[in-house]
Design a protein around this ligand. Structure first.
Ligand SMILES: Cc1cc2nc3c(=O)[nH]c(=O)nc-3n(C[C@H](O)[C@H](O)[C@H](O)COP(=O)(O)O)c2cc1C
Length: 330
């Protein structure tokens, strides 16, 4: 059996597989099943700023178009409030300790206003969360705001949160930044210890028959991991924060590829929705088998082996690779 242990933001993980923030980690049962399946850590469902619900109501939007919010509201919604969320953290910690796995429990919050974030970050820490993931899921809808204004706002926000708590803070970002490495580096300077790449925003669609907005596919396909893989391989060791992948991991080989690219941990979400909690154990098993077959004793031996910073051909990570692929010289 290979040694799959990893360290993410200073947290010890028995293996790098993390259950991603979603309706799957909203309930005690979901947490228990993930622990039973051998998960390395769990990110709890995001607590959304109350305003989101008010906005949804006000705009009379179909919550199907907002699966993150919908799953939250259905499961452990605003109606139940923050105290239930804090109780959920305590219960998840107790479950992980009772199982002897000591899988870290990472809380997640999604908000915009300083008071909410700062106050809640402290409460989450007080409830025993091992770390905090900031779900920076913004869809910039105001054309009058420049990219730098938005980025400054986010960096300011993470800086305040990182100063407020002692537990490690991780920023979960979407992929749409002009220079994500620069945003990541500034966030690390502002105090975050980890990056989760990437958040998957709700997909919109249109119902032609009813001429109304509709929800696109809520789950990712296995193809999605390539986007994380590119950015992890480009940024590993160059921005001052550990990186965790999120998006499109359905099996152990994809997880190992992300580790080879430089990921310290790998989140699973859609795969668990699609295949059930057993995919956590089969992913870990598959990683183990591959490592045994290839004589890799510990995960650290392959972590970052294919990151740009360890390459003697860094040009392969940029445009050249693309040009070669297109011209058949790859
Ligand atoms: C139904 C559903 C609910 C989700 N809720 C949250 C959430 O509350 N907070 C969050 O940060 N990400 C949330 N996500 C995003 C996932 O954590 C993950 O980043 C994304 O789905 C990409 O990973 P995957 O391809 O493994 O699904 C949700 C995803 C789904 C499908």
């Amino acid at each position: 059996m290979a040694d799959l242990s990893s360290t993410f933001m200073g947290l010890h993980l028995a293996n790098p597989i993390i259950l991603g923030s979603s309706g799957l980690s909203t309930t005690k049962d979901g947490v228990a099943r993930a622990i039973k399946a051998g998960v390395g850590a769990i990110v709890l469902k995001s607590l959304f700023e109350e305003q989101l619900r008010a906005e949804l109501k006000q705009a009379n939007l179909d919550t199907d178009a907002h699966p993150e919010a919908a799953a939250f509201i259905e499961g452990q919604g605003m109606t139940e409030g923050t105290s239930e969320y804090l109780a959920h953290i305590k219960a998840a910690k107790a479950a992980a300790n009772a199982a002897g796995t000591k899988a870290p429990v990472i809380a997640s919050i999604n908000g915009t206003g300083d008071p909410f974030w700062l106050e809640f970050a402290s409460m989450v820490e007080g409830a025993g969360a091992d770390a905090l993931e900031l779900n920076l899921g913004i869809v910039p809808s105001n054309p009058d705001l420049s990219a730098s204004e938005i980025e400054e706002g986010l960096i300011n926000l993470v800086s305040k949160v990182a100063k407020t708590v002692k537990i490690p803070v991780c920023a979960k970002l979407g992929a749409s930044y002009t220079n994500i490495g620069n945003v990541a580096k500034r966030m690390a300077k502002a105090g975050i210890k980890g990056l989760t790449l990437f958040n998957r925003f709700y997909r919109m669609d249109i119902d032609l028959d009813n001429m109304s907005l509709a929800s696109g596919p809520t789950r990712s396909s296995p193809e999605a991991y390539h986007e994380s893989l590119r950015w992890i391989s480009l940024l590993e060791g160059r921005v001052g924060a550990d990186i965790c992948s999120s998006g499109g991991v359905y099996d152990g080989l994809a997880a190992l590829r992300l580790v080879a690219a430089g990921a310290s941990a790998v989140q699973l979400c859609s795969a668990v929705y699609t295949k059930g909690f057993g995919v956590i154990s089969s992913t870990i098993q598959e990683m183990n088998s591959w490592m045994d077959e290839h004589g890799v004793a510990k995960l650290g031996d392959i972590r970052g082996r294919l990151a740009r910073r360890n390459s003697d051909k860094p040009e392969l990570y940029g445009r050249l690779h693309y040009v070669k692929a297109l011209t058949g010289q790859g």
